[in-house]
Design a protein. Structure first.
Length: 554
């Protein structure tokens, strides 16, 4: 087929497709969509509409309040009275926390209502339970918005006739009810403070009394100490969480304005989330400490270190969840935040590959049980004790008492010598006796040391040995080889010291002695005749060798 035939076929097919209605011309025939603009009155979500309505009424802006209501022609004449009446009813009898009202533009999708309907509340007046119904309409400028339905506004006059005097107005002095600060009566301020102070004091007293009874009932000192640790660790955050819960739930019964409940409740919920995170972190700390204390066996140290790393990771997750909860309470779309967190996580992973590598390296080190906190190790030619294992590095306390931080990623690829895993420590050295030690003396020394190696309780007798290995130029050399049956390096040093002192006693008792290092002075051009053996080169010999050209000290 020629190129001309192919082009003609394509052109014909395009012409035929263009004749089909709705195909090929949809892009050109479609009307341009207007970009949606965020509603300036905050009516884009059910929660935003309720908040905008109450705030507008309480500041006396009934024109703004009317924009949040869908009124019939008959209701528009009394729009201000209807808004004021609904606001009063919601201040007194609206039982749903505003922070729990759906905050998405689509509303609740699983409430069984049409897509353009939403119910919140209800408003409970006596035995009447009337939900506040919202309807979704399309605004010419802002697009889809939520408005309070005309059916709800039609019930306001009936509900207002059922309103009675609030209980606190009957109980509290009239002077406190009449005077107000920031639109809230002094009686309500007093009740609000009491709803926090009274539970706080009562809970502290009750927990103290309960712990006193437990101390008297428990006779086991270990169990009592454990319960005391839990009591001291959990008591304060638990009391704060319960007190805040009672305090926030009591706001509706006090009859506080809904606008105040919105703002105060938001702050209170944020504080409650922080207190709950505090409580969870305390519980995690105590639980992991208890779990680590139950670890027994040879590999318990590595398991404890792995638990410590897991504890830090879970605590970090608690902080992340608390931050997301606070953002949700503050009105931030958590879906957008999670999407941003995912994108940021990918970017962070790409930009912080070493950090991720170090974290995974720390996990692999602990899971492989290569080292644990408290182990004495040799890492990158540095000897010391593992002081801490974090999410990023391993901290090593050296023999010089300096702190070295080694990235866990480097450790995962480097050679690690863990001295804490050994059950015995090698003692190997060369003993050098002076020339002139006779055969009988050597036999007496060897037999005495062998007998001592066999009878010593801290030495492994099966492999312990001492052998004559060489008649060297400067000494008669004996090799000592044994294992000290301990993993404690301090105990090893003590056993080694006792053994060497005992061998020195045997050498002196046999009439011999250890060889002293010998140095010789040679003059170039002369025969290398050894000088008489001396313990060491005297300072005068060194100066003499330096003064003679070509002289060397050996």
């Amino acid at each position: 087929m020629s190129l001309t035939s192919v082009l003609l076929s394509v052109a014909l097919a395009h012409t035929l497709v263009a004749q089909i209605p709705g195909v090929g011309s949809s892009n050109t025939a479609a009307e341009p969509q207007q970009p949606q603009v965020e509603d300036p009155f905050g009516r884009g979500t059910p929660r935003g509409t309720i908040t905008a309505f109450t705030e507008a009424v309480h500041r006396g802006d009934f024109a703004a309040a009317a924009r949040t209501m869908r009124l019939t022609a008959a209701q528009r004449a009394s729009a201000d009275d209807l808004a004021r009446g609904l606001s009063d009813l919601m201040d007194r009898y609206f039982i749903q926390p505003v922070t729990t009202i759906n905050g998405s533009p689509e509303g609740a999708l699983d409430d069984g209502l049409p897509m353009d309907r939403e119910r919140v509340g209800p408003v409970v007046v006596g035995r009447q339970r009337v939900p506040v119904e919202l309807v979704r309409v399309t605004d010419s400028l802002s697009g889809p918005v939520w408005l309070i339905s005309s059916e709800t506004m039609a019930q306001v006059p009936v509900l207002r006739r059922l309103v009675t005097t609030a209980w606190y107005e009957r109980v509290m002095p009239a002077a406190l009810v009449r005077r107000s600060i920031l639109g809230i009566s002094l009686a309500q301020w007093i009740l609000l403070a009491a709803s926090f102070a009274v539970p706080l004091i009562l809970l502290r007293f009750l927990t103290r009394m309960l712990m006193a009874l437990v101390r008297r009932a428990v006779e086991n000192p270990v169990l009592e100490h454990r319960l005391e640790a839990w009591y001291q660790g959990v008591r304060s955050p638990a009391i704060v969480v319960v007190t805040l819960g009672i305090h926030l739930l009591s706001m509706r019964s006090i009859g506080l304005p809904l606008t105040f409940r919105i703002r105060y409740g938001t702050v209170g919920l944020i504080v409650a989330v922080l207190a709950l995170a505090w409580l969870v972190r305390r519980l995690l700390t105590l639980s992991f400490e208890r779990t680590r204390s139950m670890m027994r066996g040879r590999d318990s140290t590595s398991t404890r270190s792995l638990l410590m790393l897991g504890e830090r990771l879970i605590k970090l997750m608690v902080i992340v969840v608390a931050i997301l909860a606070i953002l949700s309470i503050a009105g931030v779309d958590t879906k957008t935040a999670l999407a941003g967190l995912g994108i940021g996580g990918v970017a962070l992973a790409l930009g912080a590959q070493k950090t991720v590598e170090n974290f995974l390296g720390g996990v692999f080190l602990l899971s492989d049980r290569a080292l644990a906190v408290g182990d004495m190790c040799s890492v990158s030619n540095r000897v010391g004790w593992v002081e801490d294992i974090t999410l990023r590095s391993v901290r090593l306390r050296t023999l010089d008492q300096t702190l070295v931080s080694i990235p866990a990623g480097v450790l995962a690829q480097a050679g690690i010598e863990n001295f804490a895993t050994r059950g015995k420590i090698l003692l190997q050295t060369t003993l050098r006796l002076r020339h002139g030690t006779g055969v009988d003396q050597l036999k007496r020394i060897l037999d005495g040391v062998r007998a001592h190696l066999t009878s010593h309780p801290k030495l492994e007798r099966e492999v312990s040995r001492i052998r004559l290995i060489n008649f060297g130029e400067q000494a008669v050399e004996l090799e000592l080889f044994t294992y000290v049956l301990t993993a404690d390096y301090g105990e090893f040093l003590a056993v080694r010291e006792d053994l060497l002192l005992e061998i020195a006693t045997m050498v002196e008792g046999a009439g011999s002695a250890f060889a002293q290092p010998t140095q010789f002075v040679y003059l170039e051009g002369e025969a290398a005749s050894p000088a008489p053996a001396r313990p060491a080169v005297a300072p005068d010999d060194v100066r003499l060798a330096q003064a003679i050209p070509g002289a060397k000290v050996r």
